[in-house]
Design a protein around this ligand. Structure first.
Ligand SMILES: [Zn+2]
Length: 295
């Protein structure tokens, strides 16, 4: 199947009150695990990677592996570049095969974030690529464990009025908001500011994105879906299941050098967690409705 536009994925999710999971991949086995689970659960998904995985596998090489798997798949899938931190890397992503890109200028002064995001939107839209941007600071680092302090300082959270101004000035297709989640795994329970999300939703109509979805209380994730979150990014929860299984498989059979067997076990462990995410996000069973919907 051809790539499904981000706009279709997220607008269907908003209409049908579910969220599309965006899951980070880094190699062929992991990508196959994502696609297989999406097919088994008839769920739309977004496959994504960012600079860490680009450094590991190469942007074009990893894109071509994922695009092949998507071509062979039977469910709607988008391919998203996550957390591009410069104009240059996002343009590279646009030419490498992604059909949506994120520019993360949240670390920049506000006006600079607006200017670069607006320019990226102009270029991306000329070639039918969707753009996600971030306003406010989502703490932590992808894959990090034991985050002591989730982002609970109001100063780092997304301001609803600024979100409206940002969306108007840039024309982004989706907006990542900071409402208290952080990337990685928490050591302390995070405080998720659902009231802030409701206030943002009242101001802006573009689909909203939640980063740092791993290890976040399920009731908060469900509540965020009810209030406009249409895409939830997950990396650490799947990576943890994969890595723990691989570790135990290798230590249980230290003399077994059939590495493909160890990898298959690890992929299966990841798929079980992935299936739970699809059920939680209520995206299971939505593939057909999305495919037959007229946009
Ligand atoms: Zn993120």
């Amino acid at each position: 199947m051809a790539l499904t536009p981000l706009k279709n994925l997220l607008h269907h999710a908003l209409q049908e009150h579910y969220a599309v999971g965006a899951f980070t991949t880094f190699n062929m086995e992991y990508t196959r695990g994502l696609v297989e689970t999406a097919e088994e659960n008839q769920s739309p998904i977004i496959i994504m990677f960012g600079t860490v995985e680009t450094d590991y596998a190469g942007m074009e090489r990893l894109c071509s592996i994922i695009l092949q798997e998507i071509n062979w798949s039977k469910v709607p899938i988008g391919l998203h570049f996550d957390h591009g931190n410069s104009y240059e890397i996002v343009i590279k992503a646009i030419t490498s095969g992604f059909n949506s890109v994120m520019f993360d200028g949240s670390h920049l002064p506000y006006e600079e974030n607006v200017d670069i995001t607006r320019e990226i939107v102009r270029v991306a839209h000329a070639v039918d690529i969707a753009v996600e941007a971030e306003l406010g600071l989502v703490g932590g680092t992808e894959g990090e464990t034991g985050i002591e302090e989730p982002n609970t300082e109001t100063a780092g959270l997304t301001d609803p009025d600024q979100a409206l101004d940002f969306v108007k000035k840039t024309g982004v297709d989706a907006l990542a908001v900071a409402i208290g989640t952080a990337h990685g795994l928490y050591r302390r329970k995070p405080t998720i500011d659902i009231d802030r999300l409701i206030a943002i939703r009242k101001k802006v109509s573009v689909p909203l994105v939640l980063h740092g979805g791993s290890d976040t209380p399920e009731d908060k994730l469900l509540s965020s879906i009810d209030h406009g979150i249409a895409k939830i990014n997950i990396n650490s929860d799947l990576k943890a299941a994969f890595t723990r299984s691989l570790r135990s498989s290798l230590s249980n059979a230290p003399d077994d050098i059939a590495f493909e067997k160890h990898l298959s076990q690890a992929t299966k462990a990841m798929k079980r967690v992935l299936q739970q995410k699809m059920e939680l996000f209520r995206s299971s069973g939505k593939a057909l409705g999305l495919l037959t919907h007229s946009f």
